[in-house]
Ligand binder design. Structure first.
Ligand code: URA
Length: 203
């Protein structure tokens, strides 16, 4: 495995360049490009997903595919304008396996989440959000430094050692896999978690 890059980045452009060159885990060798976050600097909330998907890998932007569309709908329902938050991922490259010509999402391994963790922390330090929202288990693990079961912890604020609060909720892709008859209730519960995240600032 190549050496870990030593320098700390001081802008999001530098983060993009540094993650483009990153080969600290094997995913960097297969992805088209790295995808770093985008949105408002110093936002109330920074939403952290798992890793870019197929469309994000091609576009170079987070949450622009099917999961992103669902996230946009949920943010709108929770009265959270997407341009008022910052949206990113725990892992900066797209991990997939080829089935024919299709690139099928593969969840990142724990060691890959760990290898990317310092880039996420650099991003948090640059963006300076008021609080963090972990979308799914990979993000929760990276942000909290330990396995955090999503269903047992969803909708709750969990503190990090640096004092930042993390609200854990489902990954929007999980909602895409819910049985059609349960989908509306699952969507409403997801929106309720996002509203809960917003409320931290209304106290
Ligand atoms: N899933 C994620 O976790 N992040 C994206 O950017 C897209 C899909």
């Amino acid at each position: 495995m190549p050496e870990r890059s030593a320098s700390r980045v001081t802008t999001l452009d530098q983060l993009k360049a540094a993650t483009m060159a990153c080969r600290e885990c094997p995913i960097g060798y297969i992805a088209t490009q790295s995808v770093v976050g985008e949105g408002k600097p110093k936002p109330r909330l920074m939403l952290v997903g798992e890793q870019p998907g197929d469309q994000e890998d091609l576009a170079g932007k987070p949450f622009v595919g099917p999961a992103g569309k669902l996230l946009d709908r949920a943010l709108q329902a929770a009265d959270i304008p997407r341009d008022q938050v910052f949206v990113t991922n725990a892992v900066k490259h797209f991990k997939f396996e080829l089935r024919g010509k299709r690139r099928i999402h593969k969840s990142p391994a724990q060691r890959e989440i760990a290898a990317c963790h310092h880039w996420l922390e650099d991003e948090i330090a640059l963006v300076r959000p008021g609080a963090l929202v972990a979308l799914g288990a990979s993000a929760a693990r990276s942000l909290l430094g330990r396995a955090t079961p999503v269903l047992a912890n969803r909708g709750q604020w969990l503190p990090r050692p640096d004092g930042m609060q993390v609200l854990v909720t489902l990954h929007p892709s999980a909602l895409l896999r819910v049985d059609p008859e349960d989908r509306e209730a699952a969507f409403e519960a997801f929106v309720a978690d996002l509203r809960q995240a917003q409320r931290l600032f209304a106290r």
